[in-house]
Design a protein around this ligand. Structure first.
Ligand SMILES: *Cc1c(COP(=O)(O)O)cnc(C)c1O
Length: 377
């Protein structure tokens, strides 16, 4: 058997007809610059998540950068986030001119450890209503809904209010996940989504979106994505060139209609894994009780990670390691290399992602479970 991490071909087959029809219309009207499908997808996706405004941009990384700019980050301002995430999260903070301040993660959910977050902020210096950590003025928090599991937004909002911080949700891996009955991406001052190929909702190339309920922020984002323009050739800020592509919007509109169904199938597979693997000496992923995850990844933890990874590969199963080196240990972030985040570091050495996607069959899932059982003998 050969089991893949994602089946892009099967995904496309499901929407092929609708996509080709939409593309043919675009090839006729050539309305390529923020055209009708971009506008329609912005409306459809923001109402799907539950926010007033949505702006399509080039990528999830740009969604983070433009959010930070719109929220007024100034050079050397600090933004609290996790190191156990895709590199784009801290990278966007630096590209926007700020400085990441890393917080450890919760061992079970793998999202930001709110106790550690609170501890850092409570021991920080406060002056004139602002908070300083090692001389850095802290402006915001970027929680990451990693692997499709919601971060504890209620507590994060309470902390953000107490310390006067903005929240940007990194929802790049959590399209459709619920926290206390509301979709993630609707809790922060803004949220950033990615539609990169491997995400739960994906384009056929790079694409992203920023969501917000704040009219003023929305207007600023609207300008930022076109070189800070308020009107044509009138530039109010230094902005970016970051727009969602009309052809990608056609794909995303068609796939959005399937997303709930696709996420439901992911949850079904997660249940099979949780049942099938429960008696083995591996740690299974957990989501907070008040949440409905969308299982972007299904990650198990074991000290025998490297051997299990090799064994699965030898048996035709495409497992993957997300992420083998935490952000604060990367060469690119040398100034953070000596920082100690014990949970993040331990998890990086034990984590392994098993295939989970909507086109996986029950037979394939059983095969994977059996192989893992064989491994532990
Ligand atoms: C994918 C991803 C991003 C970046 O999105 P791109 O569209 O690839 O730029 C940011 N954060 C997280 C957690 C991601 O998984």
């Amino acid at each position: 058997m050969n089991v893949k991490m994602v089946d892009l071909r099967a995904q496309f087959k499901e929407v092929e007809e609708e996509v080709k029809k939409g593309w043919n219309q675009t090839f006729e009207n050539m309305n390529l610059m923020l055209g009708p499908n971009v506008g329609a997808f912005e409306d459809e996706f923001s109402s799907f998540i539950g926010t007033k405004y949505g702006y399509g941009v080039n990528s999830g990384t740009d969604a983070l950068i433009l959010s930070l700019s719109a929220l007024g980050i100034e050079p050397a301002d600090g933004v609290l986030t996790v190191s156990f995430t895709f590199f784009a999260t801290p990278e966007s903070i630096i590209l926007a001119g700020g400085k990441p301040i890393f917080v450890d993660i919760d061992e079970d959910t793998l999202t930001i450890d709110v106790n550690h977050l609170e501890k850092i902020l409570k021991s920080a210096r406060r002056k004139d209503g602002e908070t300083y950590i090692n001389g850095i003025r802290v402006k915001g928090i970027i929680p990451v809904h990693l692997f499709g599991i919601p971060a504890p937004m209620e507590k994060i909002r309470q902390i953000a209010t107490e310390f006067n911080l903005f929240i940007i949700e990194d929802a790049a891996q959590a399209h459709g996940a619920l926290y206390k009955g509301k979709r993630v991406g609707s809790f922060g001052n803004t949220s950033a989504f990615s539609f990169y190929m491997s995400k739960n909702l994906s384009a056929l190339g790079d694409a992203g979106m920023i969501l917000t309920n704040d009219k003023e922020i929305a207007e600023k984002i609207f300008r930022l994505r076109i070189h800070g323009q308020s009107e044509r050739y009138t530039h109010r800020h230094i902005g970016y060139n970051s727009r969602l592509d009309e052809l990608q919007a056609v794909v995303l509109r068609a796939k959005l209609k399937k997303l709930d169904e696709w996420n439901r199938r992911r949850r079904e597979i997660a249940t099979l894994y949780l049942q099938g693997l429960k008696d083995l000496p591996i740690k299974l992923p957990t989501a907070p009780k008040e949440s409905v995850p969308v299982w972007h990844m299904f990650s198990v933890k074991t000290r025998k990670r490297d051997d299990l990874f090799k064994y699965l590969r030898e048996n035709g199963i495409e497992a993957a390691i997300h992420y083998p080196v935490p952000c604060h240990k990367q060469k690119a972030l040398e100034e953070f290399n000596s920082l100690s985040l014990p949970v993040t570091e331990r998890v990086s050495g034990e984590i392994l992602s098993l295939p989970i996607h909507q086109h996986l069959t029950n037979e394939e899932v059983s095969y994977i479970i059996d192989k893992i059982k064989d491994f532990f003998g």
